[in-house]
Design a protein around this ligand. Structure first.
Ligand SMILES: *Cc1c(COP(=O)(O)O)cnc(C)c1O
Length: 392
């Protein structure tokens, strides 16, 4: 067989198992009412939790930023790519998140790779929840530290692994909000373990920043004061989800931040974000701080969804209080069929299949956004009731 026919056979295998991924083409700005592949529909697919991805004020700030700074940063931060716009945003993010220092990265993926590889090496140890995001796992692997994984939420297993480790440098990695289940990590207990076993705690708050803790994220949600945990906690927030733009930041003690500047390879060897993005994010941060009604409405939507699916038997909700509401149906083919039936009535909800989630737990992943109306959530719940009545 040629190399290409090897690949074709692999793709055909995915197709046969309902695991082949395809892309939909978005013909409108990101939002709740979108045009996808030429059809108008209501989307429950994006991570645009606060409805900021096409906000006119942010668009204006980016446009003005482009006029002032041009389009490209033109260099890495350590050469001449670090502009006053980046620096101002880092200061604003540090202040808002409650840490003394913050550092911008181009993506959350790169931020996690950068932290893991800058702070860990051969002979060190990483401890991660099985449901952690792929980029935490990739960071752990790339760091060459010994990588211990524990079943989702199993703190007793984590404790045993920590107790058994002789590594000099240890790091616990965790999603603040788990991206496929929507549950919030038990941070107070994880902090206690980190203190007892003298470990770093890297918190990936991709889905919590902007949403939880009055927008300050999952630490604030639990009332954890960053100033009191500076010697352990490294906080990573993304700026592409609730914040509606692009990029990510790490907030931590100045010693951590300076170490990343010196040696995080995904910081040093890459071009800085376009400064206009940093300008847009200043406006986004202002909206996150000054418009709490977006979060209040989102919470009302979550309650509406949970009430609306009560009594259905074709799937089950997982215990999530966040904008991520999984509807677990089991098999990949069932999840794909349900997603297709909803699409027929103009409701877009993605089917999430293995390997993204464990085998047997394929699901619809309903992402709610402050831009949804209560009526749109009702429409989704009614459609699920209709489908169940018709197809069982
Ligand atoms: C989306 C996501 C990331 C990656 O962030 P990007 O900025 O999109 O690269 C990291 N961690 C989690 C948990 C995520 O959901």
């Amino acid at each position: 067989m040629t190399r290409l026919s090897d690949l074709s056979a692999r793709l055909a295998g995915l197709e046969a198992e309902s695991l082949r991924r395809t892309r939909r083409r978005l013909d409108s700005p990101q939002g709740v009412c979108v045009t996808i592949d030429g059809r108008e529909c209501v989307s429950f697919c994006s991570n645009d939790y606060l409805g900021l991805a096409a906000h006119p004020g942010i668009v204006r700030a980016v446009t003005e930023g482009a006029q002032r700074h041009g389009t490209g940063a033109g260099a890495s931060h350590l050469l001449t790519g670090h502009s006053d716009a980046h620096e101002a945003l880092e200061q604003a993010l540090a202040r808002f998140s409650g840490f003394p220092a913050a550092l911008l990265f181009s993506t959350g993926y790169m931020a996690n790779l950068g932290v893991a590889t800058a702070l860990l090496g051969r002979g060190d140890a990483v401890f991660g929840d099985r449901l952690n995001h792929a980029c935490l796992n990739d960071g752990a692997l790339l760091s060459r530290a010994t990588f211990h994984r524990h079943p989702h939420g199993d703190l007793a297993a984590l404790e045993r692994q920590l107790a058994g480790s002789q590594a000099r440098v240890r790091m616990i990695m965790v999603d603040g909000v788990f991206s496929m289940d929507g549950d919030i990590a038990p941070l107070p207990a994880l902090l206690e373990l980190a203190a007892r076993f003298d470990a770093w705690l890297l918190v990936d708050d991709a889905h919590g920043f902007g949403v939880l803790g009055e927008g300050r994220g999952c630490l604030a949600h639990f009332g954890i004061d960053p100033a009191e945990v500076l010697d352990r906690v490294i906080y990573m927030g993304t700026l592409s989800k609730a914040a509606g733009v692009f990029g990510a930041f790490v907030a931590a003690a100045p010693e951590v931040i300076d170490t990343l500047v010196q040696s995080a390879r995904t910081y040093v060897f890459t071009t800085a974000l376009p400064p206009m993005i940093a300008c847009g994010l200043q406006e986004s941060l202002r909206l996150i701080e000054q418009e709490p009604q977006r979060r209040e409405h989102l919470a009302a939507l979550v309650r509406r969804w949970q009430d609306g699916v009560r009594g259905l038997r074709s799937g089950r909700a997982l215990p999530s209080s966040t904008a991520i509401q999984p509807w677990v149906v089991g098999g990949s083919a069932e999840a794909v069929a349900l997603s297709a039936r909803l699409a027929e009535v103009g409701l877009l909800v993605p089917a999430i299949r293995p390997p993204t989630v464990p085998t047997g737990s394929a699901r619809l992943r309903v992402s709610l956004s402050a831009a949804h109306t209560l009526q749109q959530v009702d429409r989704l719940c009614e459609a699920l009731h209709d489908i169940e009545a018709r197809h069982g």
